[in-house]
Design a binder for this molecule. Structure first.
Ligand SMILES: Cc1cc2nc3c(=O)[nH]c(=O)nc-3n(C[C@H](O)[C@H](O)[C@H](O)COP(=O)(O)O)c2cc1C
Length: 362
């Protein structure tokens, strides 16, 4: 019955412009109208990553709840963790509309939102009202017209240190001109030094060290991946998130919308982001936490990210097509996989397909 209602609600949302539909889905979550389909707790899915205890490995990716309006509602529908943002110090409107497109045949999304958000102040006020136990990460970025982008990330660390369970430095959105240049070796080194110095400064004052992850693009050369891995290890960063949206348009069926500018996400991103995930796992070794994101639509695709080297996974686009029951279904499916394969922990499958994914050509 809930499945049928969910299907009807989703079809209804498709009648609206994608950005309007997104706003309605946030309103529905806020109102508590979305029934919880969370799976029962399963200790085999629990993970301690970067010192944080995750009840299950399936998280909501950044970009859905940019302004921290519904983090606790997302945890209630079955996500093990959620990431708010990207937030920038000052509010900004983002790019001109239309800027969000559904590619229904491909179960994909193209967005060129451009970090539309209400700024640090609004998100901070909302996060202060949340439980300190809630596993909420804060994804930080830079204003489009910032004179000093690195300073914007540093401000993010200082502003949210008391409420963030982890930080993500997002340097991989394709929709803020020049942002991805921060992935180049020298800029990345300067960014990581500044961000980690700010985090360490806050840790000294509060006695609480908040892990910092770096979110990277899937459109990297082998040399680009070498540079990022070297800098991440040299600076002692806490982990990687692989990956953001892609500029590639390969393999799309919906040619009508494929030429829209922006980042592509959803099912067509799965292969590419999983290959980059595995290649980064090879480069950074077995101990650095990695969150795999890009095209996770089912328990099987979530498990495949873990087999390719991920400790945790995140998703966004497939929820547009599968509805709010998706995190619960994935978590149940991962429990069933543990049962079938007699696993003591889902972690036991990590890296089991590292060779396959890191060797694959996309
Ligand atoms: C509409 C939209 C907005 C997004 N905004 C952000 C953002 O603000 N910050 C960020 O780090 N990633 C953002 N992302 C990227 C997602 O977090 C994720 O990395 C990407 O979509 C791949 O996952 P998916 O295929 O499950 O959607 C956005 C994605 C979409 C579809």
């Amino acid at each position: 019955m809930i499945g049928r209602l969910e299907h009807l609600a989703r079809r209804g949302l498709f009648l609206f412009d994608p950005e309007v539909a997104h706003g309605l889905s946030i309103k529905a979550l806020k109102s508590g109208l979305v029934p919880s389909c969370a799976a029962p707790a399963d200790p085999r899915l629990g993970q301690t990553v970067a010192g944080l205890v995750f009840p299950n490995p399936v998280g909501m990716a950044a970009g859905y709840d940019k302004n921290a309006e519904v983090p606790e509602a997302l945890l209630k529908i079955g996500f093990g963790f959620t990431e708010i943002g990207t937030v920038t110090p000052r509010p900004q409107p983002g790019n001109a509309k239309p800027r969000l497109f559904r590619l229904v045949e491909d179960e994909a999304v193209i967005n060129r939102l451009g970090f539309n958000n209400e700024g640090h102040g609004a998100a901070l006020a909302r996060l202060k009202a949340c439980s300190r136990e809630a596993l909420i990460g804060v994804n930080i970025g830079a204003n489009k017209d910032s004179a000093d982008r690195i300073a914007d990330y540093v401000t993010g660390i200082h502003t949210f240190h008391s409420v963030a369970r982890y930080f993500t430095a997002n340097i991989s959105s394709p929709n803020t001109p020049g942002l991805r240049d921060l992935q180049a070796r020298e800029s990345l080194s300067a960014l990581l030094s500044a961000v980690l110095a700010a985090r360490d400064d806050e840790a000294r004052k509060s006695g609480r060290k908040v892990p910092v992850f770096l979110k990277i693009a899937p459109d990297l050369t082998e040399e680009g991946m070498d540079d990022i891995a070297a800098e991440v290890l040299a600076h002692g960063l806490d982990g990687l998130i692989v990956s953001n949206t892609t500029l590639s348009r390969e393999g799309l069926r919906d040619r009508r919308q494929a030429d829209e500018a922006g980042g592509l996400s959803g099912k067509p991103l799965f292969e590419k982001s999983t290959v980059v995930l595995a290649r980064m796992r090879r480069r950074v070794g077995p101990h650095l936490p990695i969150i795999g994101v890009g095209g996770v639509c089912s328990a099987e695709t979530a498990a495949e990210k873990i087999r390719a080297g991920a400790d945790l996974v995140q998703l966004y686009s497939c929820m547009v097509y599968e509805g709010p029951g998706l995190p619960g279904r994935i978590v149940r499916g991962l429990s069933a996989l543990c049962e079938r394969e007699k696993l003591a922990s889902i972690r036991d499958i990590r890296d089991s397909r590292l060779d396959y994914w890191s060797g694959r050509n996309v």
